[in-house]
Design a protein around this ligand. Structure first.
Ligand SMILES: Cc1cc2nc3c(=O)[nH]c(=O)nc-3n(C[C@H](O)[C@H](O)[C@H](O)COP(=O)(O)OP(=O)(O)OC[C@H]3O[C@@H](n4cnc5c(N)ncnc54)[C@H](O)[C@@H]3O)c2cc1C
Length: 499
């Protein structure tokens, strides 16, 4: 009898919770519908015909159902939406390009209000200072194109043209030119942000300096909604050389060792990424100079690897041609293919040393162990260092926790689902991923409690994730969180917690 009563009480409590939640969501939606704003601002709610497409992120391994998705056309409308969420205590998920590994652009759980900044597309360039003003909804491909057209400028950033500047810039931003110009976040000189009360704040070295420190490295989704970035851009070099070498998987030790030993001390003009999959190794180099200089510089790396590549492709051209090549897409940079989605489970580790032979064997053995017919596992080695250790702007940032890192590993597994259902899990793939990560964590110096990882490849299961991403900056970040968002409105499963 006692058990029955307990069950009844628990069901009643659950129903009461859902009733309250449903009423809260209904109130939120009517508040959002009441915003007398710009007619171009629009709202998607669960009953909208576009809801199931609008809520999708790049990674369709998740099936999160936001309470609503609001797409403001103006900063004032975005502020009004924040006030609605605050009034009904609904957590807010800012979304830019929707590429979070864990679906945090959708809130990382059901019920969040997604504020999508896709209509913030402003762009201008101050030719005197080289500072670009960039709307927070801009994706990388269009950004690279706009910078190029404004006078052949570039900013450091990633390769994928559909990644949004909102997430990548606030968490780091590493790509083809980062060893020359640092991570993207270190080139930010200012931001416009709406805080948890919907109030506008200018963030810079002198205005809200604590937020300026926190947002550059730990800003994605935890402190407020960034609506605009001011970023230092750089004149692109006159020639850029792209180099692609393919090696058989059997030569993995020689390839990993030769590449990383060379890359560690390479000139800053060099950026290299080696992608290892179950059927091949592809080594990509982006070199910021002519082909003759690039060839001469990387010759010792190829000699160190000592295995004849299966193929090689070296091309000299402009920066924008190189960016288009690394995008891996036939779409023009300013029109990235937004229909691409993946079932994906991934993460990262970063190292202040190179890998041991045992770690290389762990990678090889796991890639050889294919968990499902449609699964494709990968490990990408990226050489950090260069200007990433000495950012061009001296103002400290939360991202500086990673100074001294020499090697970044980005790894994961993708799979297909014939039914194309959102949220489809491949149990064998997830198991593969867990086992692989465990082996890497166990081999890490100090073990799983001492990991260091790159927050833009965010991973829910990462042990000690706060320290792994933010190091000894955690308590400072928590204090800033308390000062700017004491009700924890900007929250998701791995947001900066209150102290
Ligand atoms: C295919 C692919 C390729 C990638 N390549 C690279 C690469 O080459 N280099 C690299 O460094 N990283 C790379 N990444 C990782 C990428 O940087 C992160 O996933 C990044 O967070 C994505 O940003 P987003 O705006 O597209 O995603 P979203 O899901 O929209 O946002 C990610 C996080 O940032 C927050 N956020 C977004 N916009 C704002 C805003 N305006 N204000 C406040 N918070 C905001 C969100 O709430 C969320 O927590 C890649 C990811 C993918 C999936």
């Amino acid at each position: 009898m006692r058990i029955l009563l307990a069950v009844v009480a628990s069901v009643a409590a659950t129903l009461a919770f859902f009733d309250t939640a449903t009423a809260q969501y209904a109130n939120l939606i009517s508040c959002l519908q009441g915003i007398q704003g710009n007619p171009k601002s629009y709202l998607t709610i669960p009953s909208s015909s576009t809801y199931n497409t609008d809520r999708l992120g790049y990674n369709v391994n998740f099936n999160y159902k936001p309470s609503a998705l609001y797409h403001p056309a103006t900063v004032d409308d975005a502020g009004a939406a924040i006030q609605c969420a605050a009034k009904y205590n609904i957590s807010i998920a800012p979304r830019s390009g929707g590429h979070s590994f864990e679906g945090y652009g959708q809130g990382g759980r059901d019920g969040s209000l997604v504020i999508d900044v896709n209509q913030f597309q402003q762009f201008s360039m101050d030719a005197q200072t080289g500072v670009a003003t960039i709307g927070a909804g801009t994706r990388l491909g269009p950004l690279y194109m706009r910078l190029w057209e404004a006078g052949q400028f570039l900013v450091p950033g990633g390769t994928c043209p559909s990644v949004g500047i909102g997430g990548i810039a606030l968490g780091g931003g590493i790509g083809m030119v980062s060893r020359k110009y640092g991570a993207l976040t270190n080139s930010i000189v200012g931001m416009e942000m709406l805080d948890a009360t919907g109030t506008k704040r200018h963030i810079s070295e002198t205005s809200n300096p604590e937020l300026f420190w926190a947002l550059r490295g730990a800003g994605g989704g935890s402190f407020g909604l960034v609506t605009e970035f001011q970023i230092q851009a750089y004149k692109a070099p006159s020639a850029v050389t792209t180099m692609v070498y393919k090696y058989p998987l059997a030569s993995y030790r020689a390839a990993m060792e030769g590449f990383t030993k060379f890359g560690r001390n390479a000139p800053n003009e060099f950026f290299g990424a080696m992608s290892v999959r179950s059927n091949e190794i592809e080594l990509r180099v982006n070199y910021l100079s002519s082909a003759s200089i690039a060839n001469k510089t990387v010759a010792p790396m190829l000699a160190r690897i000592g295995v004849k590549p299966l193929s090689s492709d070296v091309q000299e051209g402009s920066w924008i041609k190189a960016a288009a090549k690394w995008s891996g897409s036939t779409n023009p940079l300013d029109d990235p293919d937004l229909s691409v989605h993946r079932y994906h489970r991934g993460g990262s580790l970063v190292y202040r040393r190179l890998l041991s032979v045992t770690e290389m064997d762990t990678i090889f053995n796991n890639l050889n162990r294919r968990p499902a017919e449609s699964a494709s596992a990968y490990v990408i080695f990226e050489m950090w260092g260069g200007k990433m250790d000495r950012p061009p702007r001296r103002s400290p940032a939360a991202f500086d926790r990673h100074r001294g890192v020499v090697l970044g590993l980005d790894f994961g597994i993708t799979w297909k689902d014939p039914t194309n259902q959102t949220g489809t899990q491949c149990a064998a793939c997830l198991e593969w991923s867990a086992q692989f990560r465990k082996e890497l964590y166990d081999a890490y110096d100090g073990g799983p409690q001492s990991l260091e990882a790159y927050q833009n490849y965010i991973e829910f299961d990462l042990p000690n994730w706060l320290e792994a991403y933010y190091g000894n900056g955690v308590s400072r970040l928590q204090q800033i969180k308390k000062d700017v968002d004491s009700n924890n409105l900007f929250t998701f499963p791995q947001s900066i917690p209150l102290p």
